[in-house]
Design a binder for this molecule. Structure first.
Ligand SMILES: CC(=O)N[C@@H](C)C(=O)N[C@@H](C)C(=O)O
Length: 719
């Protein structure tokens, strides 16, 4: 064959493989891979949750043999979350919760609109994998006794006790009735007492329930909010965190701060003493974000999370007297989930040290504060669990959703444990590696983002004219999309996201959009995590001035200056707080943004402050109402011109469905093109896989209609 023919054949095969990849690349396909979460371990065993196309099952593995076993046999996308997985100390049982808690009306989410409604209940299943799960009772947050035969769990703010064997007999009983709502509970090391926090409005108290004589003793009762109590190894003392009690009219602001202190109390006398207090209003986020805000180690050290040095770190302090805490990992990076070795000598943790837009695992010697990196490269490694000499963790990459991996502590080689292989429907080979980029906002703040470029060779628009070489007369530039995460205390990364299906699906959809030919920029705007406390608590953010909007505009400028982008065809999308920024962009700058997709966004902070919850979770009081409205999309509706697709579940418990009803009615009255996809009985983070397919399918069609990237294959979807 003539050399030219060989070249032509090679070019065609290359194009053909691209077409094939593109052809295989569907929304269903990119969402089809199993997603691992809720990893926990005891002894030589770990358990975790696998969600595959909405089907949720519990798996286990033992080490060092790395033997896998599926423990539950759910087969349908039933919209019932599984959570709170916890292994009994002897590893024989896994307790877990099926379903989601009740709202103020006392109703659990029922996304399938089942006529028999839905419940949230505690279950146990044997780790032998030979038996069906056993329903223990309505409730959540199960906690095992030291000998592994009793379980305490919460229901309606009260505590219940169940005896666990192959059948739940006798039936669970309410441990006691106390005022307020009981939480943060645990058995004493001897298994004869229950430590708990009793939340009572302006204040909360630390109590100990004695199982033998059914008596409650209170520790260091005061006018503050005492929380997160933990036992000393000998069970004679308790440490807890104390924040000031509420004042009249004081409103909770989840992005704000407050002073906090570490206290220790004697169980016998109930007397307490302060060990340390924060230098400023540093408390709040470090106390509610991590799973274990406070620990008492076997080496008799207190470990706690704090941001008081400007970054989310873990500190150690001696429990014996007032003393200055030691930062176990000084430096400009953040620490997330942690695991303490059984002997208390090492703290294992996930961090973005030296790799800001990823996560890797480290461990620090609590005694010497010497730290070492345990995983590296391009992974997104989180949630370390140590079983014996094996480190097990959640592991993702830019082209692999979150699975389970492990390494021996005596050998740095890492091994993928789960899944054994990716489904054929998952377009791994066609994924795009996102690039880390930064840009400066108008006020000079450096903002990080992840840029997804369509695969090289994918024609910018339309099929090439007949012939062998993929040439096109279409414009050389592409439409671009800006994606905004929610929270806002979140951070999108250079790989599949670890924070549950909500963000894993967002990353997957950005991959899909890039494959469709869009340039996509995920924007880590101020108020997010990963870049220090000052960034997270950026001045005038959200309802106090929407300072993040500078980052939206700077991201748009970044894209407009990108050679692959058509500067006149920019779109926005995001969920929740990301939906807020999407709507804000369309309201304020329909001249810049051609269209948007707003998933359950906040649209009127002043309304949220008054109607959704006291202060709207952002501390929005009477004095903030004017600024809150001015910081909202609803303040600029008269300028809104660009089309928007609104998507919302009408049982949303995080962002009221009314936010979308109100805004769509107002936009319709001014003839702004709006589309809506309403998911009856769905909640904020859609519980059904089929909901996600419907959401992204609607989004795909909407974007193709208003920001067309003519398919290289198939037909352009109709709206
Ligand atoms: C704290 C909270 O509810 N924030 C919402 C506005 C939101 O963004 N929710 C999800 C998406 C989240 O990541 O918290």
């Amino acid at each position: 064959m003539h050399p030219t023919c060989y070249l032509t054949l090679l070019l065609w095969l290359t194009f053909d493989s691209l077409v094939a990849q593109h052809q295989l690349f569907t929304i269903d396909g990119v969402l089809s891979a199993p997603y691992s979460s809720n990893l926990t371990g005891v002894g030589d065993r770990v358990v975790w949750l696998v969600t595959e196309r909405g089907v949720r099952n519990i798996w286990t593995a033992t080490f060092p043999d790395a033997k896998l076993r599926q423990l539950t046999q759910q087969r349908t996308d039933d919209g019932q979350d599984l959570n709170d997985l916890t292994l009994s100390p002897d590893g024989r049982w896994v307790a877990y919760v099926r379903g989601t808690g009740k709202n103020k009306e006392g109703v659990s989410p029922n996304p399938t609109s089942s006529p028999t409604s839905a419940e949230q209940a505690v279950y146990v299943v044997s780790t032998t994998g030979t038996a069906e799960p056993i329903r223990v009772g309505v409730g959540s947050h199960p906690v095992w006794s030291p000998e592994g035969k009793r379980l305490v769990y919460g229901n309606g703010g009260q505590l219940y006790l169940a005896t666990i064997s192959d059948k739940i007999h006798p039936a669970p009983t309410r441990l006691f009735t106390a005022r307020g709502s009981q939480a943060d509970y645990s058995f004493s090391p001897d298994g004869r007492r229950i430590l708990f926090a009793s939340y009572r409005g302006y204040h909360s108290l630390i109590g100990i329930y004695l199982l033998d004589n059914q008596q409650i003793n209170w520790l260091a009762a005061g006018v503050d909010r005492d929380q997160f109590p933990v036992w000393s190894p000998d069970g004679r003392q308790v440490a807890f965190e104390r924040v000031p009690g509420s004042r009249h009219g004081e409103l909770e602001n989840i992005q704000g701060g407050r002073p906090f202190a570490i206290w220790v109390a004697d169980v016998a006398t109930g007397q307490g003493r302060e060990i340390w207090h924060s230098p400023g209003d540093d408390g709040g986020f470090a106390q509610y974000y991590p799973t274990a805000p406070l620990r008492w180690t076997r080496q008799n050290q207190l470990l706690f999370f704090s941001e008081h040095d400007g970054w989310m770190h873990v500190y150690k302090v001696a429990p014996t007297r007032a003393n200055t805490p030691v930062d176990l990992m000084p430096g400009a990076f953040e620490v997330e989930e942690t695991c303490l070795s059984a002997d208390g000598r090492y703290l294992y943790y996930a961090s973005n040290e030296a790799d800001t837009d990823r996560r890797h695992l480290w461990r620090v010697n609590v005694e010497t504060a010497h730290r070492e990196q345990l995983t590296s490269g391009k992974g997104i490694d989180t949630d370390p669990v140590v079983v014996g000499q094996t480190l097990v963790y959640r592991d993702a990459a830019w082209n692999e959703p979150t699975g389970i991996a492990w390494r021996s502590m005596t050998n740095p080689k890492t091994t993928a444990l789960f899944p054994a292989k990716w489904p054929n429907t998952f377009p791994k080979a066609a994924l795009t590696e996102p690039q880390a980029i930064t840009f400066a906002a108008a006020d000079g703040l450096v903002v990080h983002g992840q840029l997804f470029l369509p695969p090289a060779g994918l024609p910018p628009a339309g099929l090439p004219p007949a012939g062998l070489l993929p040439t096109t007369t279409a414009p050389k530039q592409r439409p671009a999309l800006l994606f905004f995460h929610g929270g806002p205390m979140r951070q999108m990364l250079l790989g599949w996201h670890y924070r549950g299906i909500y963000y894993a699906n967002a990353y997957a959809m950005n991959q899909y959009l890039a494959q469709q030919g869009y340039v996509v920029l995920a924007v880590n705007y101020r108020a997010g995590i990963g870049y220090g406390r000052a960034f997270r608590r950026a001045d005038k953010q959200g309802p106090r001035g929407a300072s993040e909007y500078q980052d939206v505009l700077a991201a748009a400028t970044f894209l407009q200056n990108h050679p692959a982008v058509d500067p006149k065809r920019l779109g926005l999308w995001g969920g929740s707080y990301g939906g807020y920024l999407t709507a804000l962009g369309l309201a304020r700058n329909s001249d810049l943004f051609a269209c948007g997709v707003d998933l359950h966004g906040v649209h009127d902070w002043s309304w949220r402050g008054n109607m959704f919850s006291p202060g709207g979770d952002w501390g929005i009081g009477e004095a903030e109402t004017k600024e809150a409205l001015a910081s909202s999309p609803n303040a600029d509706l008269s300028r809104w011109r660009s089309p928007c697709l609104f998507i919302h579940g009408d049982d949303d418990r995080n962002v009221a469905f009314a936010e979308t009803v109100d805004l769509v009615q107002k936009l319709r009255s001014q003839h702004v093109p709006t589309d809506v996809l309403i998911l009856p009985d769905e909640v904020h983070g859609f519980l059904l896989h089929k909901s996600w397919l419907a959401v992204y399918g609607a989004m795909d069609r909407f974007l193709q209609y208003y920001l067309p990237v003519p398919r290289s294959l198939g037909t352009t979807p109709k709206k």
